[in-house]
Ligand binder design. Structure first.
Ligand SMILES: [Zn+2]
Length: 133
């Protein structure tokens, strides 16, 4: 069962159903597990599953290259990227863990923001007369 299943293909590549791809064709993720990367080669086929809703490109394992070894330069770049992900945009503190992307700020800043918004809201709601006194 390693025949491509191109029927009404909209793809330039042969299409395989899940588990039906020849053993030397691997997805990026499968290559990664073997310590390999596509290495600049074009995909040679497509893997489709969930009725074609999920698509992954397949690469020839014979053309794959070992994952690039970690160099001091790459290590520094990675550490810098991780530090940026841990750093709060608002208070510039390194929180020691990745900050949720939807906030971009640390929890104490989120809380402080909320408190300030509540305070501002209450000020707006307060009757004029009360503020004047
Ligand atoms: Zn913060």
């Amino acid at each position: 069962m390693t025949e491509p299943t191109n029927t009404n293909s909209d793809s330039v590549y042969p299409i395989y159903a899940y588990h039906h791809a020849p053993p030397h064709l691997k997805t990026r993720r499968q290559l990664r597990k073997r310590g390999l990367r596509p290495g600049g080669q074009e995909p040679v086929a497509e893997l489709r599953w969930y009725g074609g809703l999920r698509v992954a490109y397949l690469y020839d394992v014979h053309l794959a290259l070992p994952v690039r070894p970690m160099t001091p330069r790459r290590e520094r770049a990675l550490a810098e990227a991780m530090r940026a992900r841990r750093t709060c945009r608002a208070c510039a503190q390194d929180t020691g863990k990745c900050i949720p992307r939807r906030y971009g700020i640390c929890w104490s800043c989120v809380e402080a923001d909320k408190a300030r918004e509540d305070w501002e809201f209450e000020q707006q709601q307060a009757p004029e007369s009360e503020c004047a006194r």
